[in-house]
Design a protein. Structure first.
Length: 207
């Protein structure tokens, strides 16, 4: 690599974003590390990660369709309160025309186990699912997405502030990740190509 002028991208220092609630909600694990789905909008998953900027930390919440690996909802802000994950899930619900009884799987961080977020899910006919052991394999799809996002976008440059992160993230998701980036888990199709291949589903290519 040195002879050819190549430099590897390395994972940066870890910052804790999962703060488990001491009064853990009695919500089931409906996924059980089985990250497959019979069709789009049957199973979603999400998580929260962090991005360091010159003006402090930015936090990103996500919603991913497990069946197609498409990033269907997200939110970025300077805090990691319940409003952040609610906005990400609301974004996904709106984009996907409010599917009924979709499963949303997450870790057992306090933002996901809060009563407010549970009520938000119930109002929108979303079935909550929590990983049981608190290790990365319980939410592997979300963890894999964040590794890709940081390696291919976040760690390529310094960031001024949350607005710059939000703008660049939008471009990366809508014009590259969902439409152009091929996934080995999808037989090397893009998330949108794979989604369009589902029999009986007529999803548009528009974001």
């Amino acid at each position: 690599m040195k002879r050819n002028g190549l430099i590897g991208r390395h994972i940066r220092a870890y910052k804790v974003t999962t703060h488990a609630d001491g009064k853990l909600a009695s919500l089931p694990d409906l996924i059980g590390r089985d990250f497959s789905a019979g069709a789009p909008d049957e199973r979603w998953c999400g998580d929260v990660t962090y991005i360091k900027t010159a003006k402090g930390w930015a936090y990103k919440a996500t919603v991913i369709d497990i069946g197609t690996r498409r990033l269907i909802g997200w939110a970025i802000d300077t805090h990691m309160r319940k409003e952040l994950v609610e906005r990400a899930l609301a974004d996904a619900l709106k984009r996907r025309s409010f599917p009924k009884d979709v499963i949303f799987h997450s870790d057992h961080g306090s933002v996901y186990t809060s009563r407010a977020f549970q009520h938000f899910c119930k109002r929108n006919k979303v079935r909550q699912s929590l990983g049981r052991t608190g290790v990365c394999w319980d939410n592997a799809v979300a963890e894999s997405y964040f590794a890709t996002y940081k390696r291919e976008l976040i760690f390529t440059r310094p960031w001024r502030d949350v607005e710059e992160v939000r703008t660049r993230t939008f471009r990366w998701i809508e014009f590259y990740y969902n439409k152009k980036r091929r996934h080995s888990a999808l037989n090397y199709l893009t998330p949108m190509e794979y989604e369009l291949s589902w029999s009986g589903h007529d999803y548009e290519l528009a974001a």
